[in-house]
Design a protein around this ligand. Structure first.
Ligand code: SAJ
Length: 431
């Protein structure tokens, strides 16, 4: 393969995965072109700025853009390696929609040449990489495409799922192990050479299908385990037991590691990807489907519980703490906290205030509700009920003396020192 400074890479999709990936590759000295369909994303990146919040990403992007190693465009250009990081949402009946992936492949086909490597990183249903190969073979009959030719193929096609955690993306892009699945073993080896340029973790090769299923299995594993914790929180509440204490104690067992209950599962991965397995094999996935239903059901449970608190006393003024889908990030996609807060705002209007340090204005879903965005200090002064929906660090650090006399519904278990409820008094609900 060519040297770092000569390598041309095109990253299709400059979102939460594509932009950090493009910037990390650009830092190795490669010339990276980020391709996106949104003009404002292209303009923002070309001016050295970022359109998403991620630790240290702004400095990295501004540096690689200033050095001329990263630029963005609406148009594809020839490259040696193409990395596809576009969304794969689900449509009706939770069926995955790989339309953006196929569109990206169609775009790549315009400039694809012998020797190029095409890598799909988007979370995808099993068999998607083969569909990409099939499409490229159809669009470029002049090239020998792996799986669709005899002898050595002209191009390599592989699947390598991203595995990074929002908030730690730049660290995990380098340190995490990568699973690289080729349409053929040769494809996997070509892609492996590329990842070795910037990945410190181990790079393990396999087939494209096994790599696709590995990614889905990782997120389904987490979803099932969170569902277990969420189910326990309902049981514990029913029994009048503190679920957080039970989990802390159970986790002292050397082979038990229960995750944390919460108001439901959000984000664009764990709440979505397990459906790709369910939709492909509905009869074989009762556990994975039920876990999804338990986690989605938890949001409804929290809404009902919080509504009951506000209905029980019309003088109650509540603050919803957090809108993000998890702690210390500004990402509200599929956020259970957002769902709970908007449901409460819609129903109780100005009696419900919102605290979200990662937002400068309330999302449009609150328009016309009468709810206001306030800061932590105002919430502690003006609200007698605190509904914890996100475990942001700033909420965790509110000391007990500032919570005295307040009714607390802590769906994240951030305040272990919160007094246990007096009989009949719902001071510390977990679920
Ligand atoms: N959550 C709980 N309890 C827990 C852990 C998480 O309620 O004990 C909730 C979070 O609050 C959040 C949701 O689950 O609403 C998902 O958060 P997360 O931190 O578990 O995962 P994501 O969506 O940020 O990132 C996941 C990661 N996958 C796994 O850990 C297996 C990440 O490594 C993947 O790269 C990412 O999905 C992805 O893009 O697929």
């Amino acid at each position: 393969m060519v040297s770092d400074s000569e390598l041309q890479v095109a990253v299709l999709g400059l979102g939460y995965i594509g932009l950090p990936t493009a910037a990390v590759i650009a830092r190795t000295g490669a010339k990276v072109l980020g391709v996106d369909v949104h003009a404002h994303v292209v303009d923002t990146v070309n001016s050295g700025r970022v359109h998403i919040e991620e630790i240290d990403l702004d400095a990295l992007v501004s540096g690689v853009v200033a050095r001329g190693n990263l630029r963005a465009s609406l148009q594809i250009e020839p490259a040696d390696v193409f990395v596809v990081a576009v969304p794969t949402p689900f449509g009706d009946n939770h069926a995955p929609d790989i339309g953006y992936v196929l569109k990206a492949a169609t775009t790549i086909a315009i400039v694809l040449k012998a020797g190029d490597v095409v890598i799909l990183e988007s979370t995808s249903p099993v068999g998607t990489t083969e569909k990409v190969a099939e499409l490229l073979a159809k669009l470029r009959p002049d090239l020998k495409v792996p799986g669709h030719c005899t002898g050595s193929a002209d191009v390599a096609i592989a699947y390598c799922p991203e595995r990074v955690l929002p908030g730690r993306i730049l660290v995990e892009l380098i340190d995490n192990d990568r699973v690289i699945g080729g349409i053929t073993p040769r494809c996997a080896r070509k892609a492996l050479q590329f990842y070795r340029r910037f990945v410190r973790g181990a790079c393990v090769t396999t087939t494209a299908k096994a790599a696709e299923m590995t990614k889905l299995s990782e997120n389904a594993f987490r979803d099932v385990n969170i569902a277990f914790a969420n189910e326990l929180s309902l049981v514990a509440d029913q029994m009048g037991v503190d679920v957080w204490e039970v989990i802390r104690l159970a986790n002292r067992h050397p082979r038990v590691n229960i995750l944390s209950p919460g108001p439901g599962v959000g984000g664009h991965c764990i709440a979505v990807d397990p459906w790709f397995l369910v939709s492909a094999a509905p009869d074989q996935t009762p556990l994975i489907r039920t876990a999804r239903e338990v986690n989605d059901g938890k949001v409804e449970h929290v809404i009902a519980r919080a509504c009951a608190m506000l209905e029980a006393d019309p003088t109650v003024r509540a603050a919803c703490l957090g809108l993000a889908f998890k702690a210390n990030i500004d990402d509200f996609r599929e956020s259970p906290a957002l769902k709970v807060a908007t449901a409460l705002a819609e129903r109780f209007g100005a009696r419900v205030s919102i605290v979200e340090p990662y937002a400068s204005t309330l999302p449009a879903a609150f328009d016309g509700s009468g709810s206001a965005l306030i800061d932590v200090d105002s919430a502690l002064e003006s609200c007698d009920t605190l509904i914890v929906l996100v475990d942001h660090e700033i909420f965790r650090s509110i000391p007990l003396e500032e919570r005295v006399g307040k009714q607390v519904y802590d769906t994240r278990g951030i305040w272990p020192d919160q007094p246990h409820p007096a009989p009949g008094e719902p001071l510390r609900l977990a679920s």
